[in-house]
Ligand binder design. Structure first.
Ligand SMILES: [Ca+2]
Ligand SMILES: [Ca+2]
Ligand SMILES: [Ca+2]
Ligand SMILES: [Ca+2]
Length: 288
């Protein structure tokens, strides 16, 4: 799900058995209407069966991109990204680029890539579902605008015998229990849906960087107005408000920020400073 055309209505992008991606746009009445397949170079994109779309701004240039996984038996590369050459509300795609780990393309069977900053260090990580139930976590060791991946740890162990862990997993994240960290929901070929709660003690690492200490003394409970101290917002900083799913909600400025139109819930103030280079996240709870 994403707002594909930026009309503030949530749309549906499907991955499909035959490898296409179809856009279903939300109408005024709330129903979905088929708006056609996603194309590259003017032709329908067709992956190698069981396509998986993750819509994300891969390179943080303000335009949504298409991160792709596919079944890919015998294919040299099963995870790749189409960078948007159009606008954020009218996407245009051309060539794709392989996503690498330690310099090597992913060629696992039935790849399901999701970009999610699971360790909350300000850099989105790669979560990869694949055959035999396993769900892997590749920590982003590059930057948020140019992700790089090396090794992985299993979030869900491979299960080549019983398939009872959910095989093959289709992966999504949401804060299911509302405690501020992302929980994992997968579904499988057999029609089962699995909820795996995030049991990490703290959902967000609230950092205290040299020269940026004021970020952490801001309010955590916010009602209608989010105040940022001017020292937090130096000229070298880019400060945004993220929702619990890590999506950018709005840019923030020094002083009062009107958040009265936001739904109550957990959000994160994310500050990226260039000099010195640092990323900080601070959890805030918006209340009525
Ligand atoms: Ca929309
Ligand atoms: Ca982009
Ligand atoms: Ca990360
Ligand atoms: Ca949670």
């Amino acid at each position: 799900m994403c707002d594909w055309n930026n009309d503030h209505r949530l749309d549906l992008i499907t991955g499909e058995r035959l490898g296409y991606f179809t856009v279903f746009l939300r109408t005024d009445s709330g129903t979905l209407t088929n708006a056609g397949r996603i194309q590259a170079h003017g032709a329908d994109i067709m992956t190698s069966n069981n396509s998986w779309p993750t819509i994300c701004d891969w390179n943080r240039d303000g335009r949504k991109d298409l991160l792709v996984g596919q079944e890919g038996i015998g294919q040299p590369c099963n995870v790749y990204v189409y960078l948007n050459e159009g606008t954020d509300s009218l996407s245009i795609f051309g060539d794709s680029t392989p996503v690498l780990h330690s310099g090597t393309p992913f060629n696992d069977y039935r790849c399901v890539p999701v970009l999610e900053d699971l360790d909350r260090d300000g850099r989105r990580d790669l979560v990869l579902g694949e055959w035999y139930s396993s769900v892997r976590f590749y920590q982003n060791v590059g930057t948020d605008t140019n992700p790089a991946f090396t090794n992985f740890v299993n979030l869900v162990q491979p299960d080549p015998d019983s398939f009872l862990n959910g095989n093959p997993p289709r992966v999504n994240f949401t804060d299911w229990d509302g405690d501020g960290d992302m929980d994992m929901i997968t579904c499988d070929y057999y029609g089962s849906v699995f909820l795996r709660r995030n049991i990490t003690a703290t959902g967000v690492e609230q950092t205290m960087n040299d020269g940026r200490g004021t970020l952490n003394v801001g309010p955590t409970i916010v009602c209608r107005v989010l105040n940022l101290q001017s020292a937090t917002c130096n000229l070298q900083s880019e400060i945004t408000l993220l929702d619990a799913a890590g999506r950018t909600v709005m840019a923030l400025k020094s002083g009062a920020n009107d958040v009265s139109r936001l739904s109550p819930g957990v959000y994160f103030v994310r500050a990226v400073s260039r000099e010195p280079s640092a990323v900080s996240c601070h959890k805030v709870v918006v209340q009525r």
